[in-house]
Design a protein around this ligand. Structure first.
Ligand code: DAS
Length: 342
């Protein structure tokens, strides 16, 4: 009896650039991100053909330090379109590592689908000794092609680890183990394409997200209007009020404080933030500490000043959620609930 090989799942790879596609410059120290096409990345990993049938699409070609809302929206549109194609089982997005956590969290909130979306990058350029991109890409396709990775939200794969978009953060400037998920832990492990999955996420995401209104086919998921301006201000000893005042002058609708310790500001900056809140700017207290929960009314009178506590989100993730939340409301009590929900 003929044994037909089971149809391999079809995975769409959306490429945006980054170090995974980077090339070193002969005779120089550095490298250029986004130097290689997605076709070249795939050609470097012939073993991918045993995992999935691959479609490819070059959505952008940039270092992710240049990532912006327009590219986010284009990526969200192309991801949504791929996931709505019944022949596509999942999406892999190749992306720079600098802002990967922000893009992943944005897609986690606006893409309306249960099929897996996996972001993948690299810390060493494709031409480096022991480049980490090829194995990361192989593992990312294995995760996207696996039947059990549905309904876990957007994922990030790096260094044999599977991270939830909400939990992951880049924690080191150069090491291949840069990504960490300090609060609620890993989504699982993946070694040479073999997966070990842990518990699914508990906060709302993708098709459970109220920001992921299913768009008409081919349209951009997420809010129709441009996202409101939200700035991040990094707190430090002896901080003045100038940067907070400048954000308000620049018509920021929201302000995320990368606060000292438990989301704190010194008295001068705190007064400026209180004035901003009184003027209608949504002020969210996050922390520069790199871990831990910022709770309400511990050292700062959030109730009295009309501030919002970021809960578990780091400043860059708090900014993503606040931009989306501000398309719904400016009521600080409702905004606070978004930070307890997503
Ligand atoms: N500049 C980095 C970026 O594109 C390179 C990388 O690590 O991918 O995010």
């Amino acid at each position: 009896m003929a044994h037909s090989t089971p149809q391999l799942p079809r995975i769409r790879i959306l490429a945006t650039g980054g170090t995974i596609a980077g090339a070193q410059i002969a005779g120089e120290r550095g490298y250029k991100a986004a130097a290689f096409s997605v076709e070249a990345l795939i050609a470097a990993v012939p073993q991918l053909t045993a995992l999935a049938q691959l479609d490819v699409e070059q959505v952008a070609a940039m270092g992710s330090q240049d990532m912006d809302e327009a590219t986010w929206r284009k990526l969200a549109t192309r991801t949504q379109a791929a996931l709505e194609n019944p022949e596509i089982s999942g999406v892999v997005i190749t992306h720079g590592t600098d802002t990967m956590e922000e893009t992943a969290f944005f897609l986690n909130l606006v893409v309306s689908a249960d099929k897996p979306v996996v972001l993948v990058g690299a810390m060493r350029p494709a031409t480096a000794i022991s480049a980490d991109g090829p194995m990361n890409l192989y593992n990312a396709v294995a995760v996207a092609a696996h039947p059990d990775t549905r309904a876990r939200g957007v994922l990030v794969v790096a260094n044999d680890e599977i991270h939830f978009a909400r939990e992951v953060a880049k924690t080191n400037t150069t090491q291949v183990g840069t990504f960490a998920s300090g609060h609620r832990g890993l989504a699982g492990l993946v070694h040479a394409g073999r997966l070990h999955l842990y518990a699914p996420p508990v906060r709302r995401h993708t098709s459970g997200s109220e920001f992921a209104a299913r768009p008409p086919t081919g349209e951009t998921p997420g809010p129709r209007r441009a996202l409101p301006r939200v700035d991040i201000v990094y707190a430090h000893a002896g901080m003045g009020r100038e940067l907070i005042d400048a954000a308000v002058q620049a018509d920021a609708r929201g302000l995320v404080i990368a606060g000292m310790g438990d989301g704190n500001l010194g008295a001068v900056a705190l007064a400026a933030a209180a004035e901003a809140a009184k003027a209608g700017v949504a002020v969210v207290r996050s922390s520069r500490a790199g871990g831990g929960v910022v709770e309400r009314n511990i050292e700062v009178d959030d109730d009295g000043l009309g501030f919002i506590a970021a809960d578990e989100l780091n400043p860059q993730k708090a900014r993503v959620l606040l931009m989306l939340a501000l398309t719904r409301t400016r009521d600080v009590r409702v905004l606070q609930q978004f930070f307890f929900t997503y």
